[in-house]
Design a protein around this ligand. Structure first.
Ligand SMILES: Cc1cc2nc3c(=O)[nH]c(=O)nc-3n(C[C@H](O)[C@H](O)[C@H](O)COP(=O)(O)OP(=O)(O)OC[C@H]3O[C@@H](n4cnc5c(N)ncnc54)[C@H](O)[C@@H]3O)c2cc1C
Length: 465
């Protein structure tokens, strides 16, 4: 495991704050080792740093009360959605109180005429989409995990649909949040656009719980398209698939999804999701529009794919076939883990300008081979974002060292290509040194913002900066 640095603990403050909160929250505050460990350790390769207590609020007022008590005693507060973040985001390096928002999971309003909705932070993306389906609406942001919308806003998440619909930064209209002193604020009204002052909505989005705790999210919704088609095509190399993806975007085809899987990922999908795809690099696409236009878009893509040596092009409008393919894509992480049972998965997350994508992916594959690491590649290639999933025996220091080398090398490579060390997972603990490399002097202004909002550094300390 990568060792996370511990920060000084305020033992007396922690004991006092937990004592006060225990009286108010009773069984909704837990201090058992297992539950605390579970709230520090998630799907990450960074060492577990459990909080001292986990509390389950039901309302914004309860969150405000928790934060006021913690602020009064200078005790860390670590917001917790579903714990699927990948960079040690929910660890508690200075101890403190994890605020688990799973019981704040009400859909408060759906304004279908305005194409928006208001949800509590613990609502998950699948829960919301199941609720919306009968109204002909959907929310497009779909990280591989069934994450909470509060967590997704806090990590500025995206997923397979981002190439068409953008990321959380494009799909959140307003937030309600409890700030580090316990004050409750709204960052905007429900109007679709606004020029009113500093954009606190976008400042809180991606702030990973370090500036405030989000207690309500107002989201932009989409109508379920009249026509949806999906297509798949195999390629002789990952490079050819990336070139075809770039050409598709440059051609202006309004793809809703364009996903790359390398041959090993395809093999993993076949085994895990009972598919029989050719075990070659694959592009998986989806098109949204009128019934006629989605067929036309798929055909245009088919022509482009052919130019890059694409084979086995197939398009379908069958809902069942589509769902099967996309479910397999969403299960890819778990499928790849089965390629080496018992191994730990380490996901990288760089994003580069699309013109550099093919080179970045190919160099990464070569580097993994050179280091003798087992690695697969998959990505949201329409955005230039891809993940290398390393399968590592974490009890083997040599492998862990090489994995660390590859992650660092890749982050540096992406930054050197005018890209970023994280397209969607966020900084957490793991990417902090790379944020500094990527944005240099800008991080000084980030630190000033953090110090102004949270002078006692109680909100998710040790993350981002
Ligand atoms: C298999 C798998 C696939 C994934 N695929 C993708 C993907 O395609 N795209 C992508 O973007 N991510 C992906 N992720 C990463 C992860 O799902 C996202 O980062 C997600 O947004 C985290 O949401 P969560 O509810 O689990 O948040 P958590 O992990 O619980 O928290 C994440 C961060 O947000 C903070 N936080 C949580 N809730 C709040 C709140 N209400 N207010 C303030 N701060 C809060 C936490 O303190 C923490 O810093 C994947 C993860 C896995 C395991």
């Amino acid at each position: 495991m990568v060792q996370a640095t511990a920060l000084p603990r305020n033992e007396a403050g922690i004991d006092t704050a937990i004592g006060i909160l225990k009286q108010q929250f009773g069984d909704r505050l837990q201090t058992g080792d297992a539950i605390c460990e579970q709230h520090g350790h998630t799907t990450t390769w960074i060492t577990n740093q459990p909080p001292d207590a986990v509390v389950f609020p039901h309302s914004t007022d309860e969150v405000a009360e928790i934060i006021r008590v913690c602020a009064a005693h200078k005790v860390p507060v670590i917001p917790f959605g579903t714990g699927t973040s990948l960079e040690g985001h929910v660890n508690a390096p200075a101890g403190g109180v994890s605020v688990d928002l799973m019981q704040m999971n009400k859909i408060l309003a759906v304004n279908s005429q305005d194409l928006d909705c208001v949800v509590q932070p613990g609502v998950t993306r699948e829960q919301l989409n199941t609720y919306l389906r009968d109204q002909g609406l959907f929310f497009p942001i779909d990280p591989g995990a069934n994450a909470s919308l509060g967590g997704m806003a806090s990590t500025r998440a995206s997923g397979t649909n981002a190439v068409r619909y953008g990321t959380m930064k494009d799909n959140v209209i307003a937030l309600e949040a409890v700030m580090p002193d316990g004050e409750i604020i709204r960052t905007a009204q429900r109007a679709k656009k606004s020029s009113a002052g500093y954009d606190l909505t976008r400042l809180l989005i991606g702030s990973e719980g370090t500036l405030g705790l989000i207690t309500e999210v107002t989201l932009r919704l989409q109508g379920i398209p009249e026509g949806i088609s999906s297509a798949r095509c195999s390629f002789p190399s990952v490079d050819a698939a990336c070139q075809a993806a770039m050409m598709t975007i440059q051609f202006g085809i309004p793809v809703a999804r364009i996903e790359l899987l390398d041959a090993a990922s395809v093999g993993a999908c076949n085994a895990y999701s009972k598919l029989d795809l050719p075990e070659e690099p694959l592009l998986l696409l989806e098109f949204h529009g009128s019934e006629a236009s989605v067929i036309e878009q798929a055909e245009t893509f088919g022509g482009i794919a052919e130019e890059f040596g694409g084979t086995g092009f197939q398009a379908t409008t069958s809902t069942e076939e589509r769902n099967k393919l996309w479910q397999a894509r969403h299960d890819l992480y778990w499928a790849v883990l089965q390629l080496r049972p018992g191994a730990t998965g380490i996901s990288t997350d760089v994003c580069v300008p699309i013109s550099r994508l093919a080179e970045c992916v190919t160099k990464t594959q070569d580097k993994a081979t050179e280091l003798g690491l087992m690695a697969t590649v998959a990505g949201h290639v329409g955005d230039g974002n891809f993940h290398t999933l390393l399968l590592i025996d974490k009890s083997n220091p040599d492998e862990m060292g090489k994995a660390d080398d590859l992650v660092g090398w890749l982050n540096d490579l992406a930054i050197s290509m005018d890209g970023t060390c994280t397209g969607e997972h966020g900084i957490g603990q793991g990417k902090r040194p790379y944020l500094q490399k990527e944005l240099g002097p800008a991080t000084r202004y980030m630190k000033m913002i953090k110090a102004t909002f949270d002078p006692d550094n109680i909100m998710n300390p040790g993350k981002i900066l």
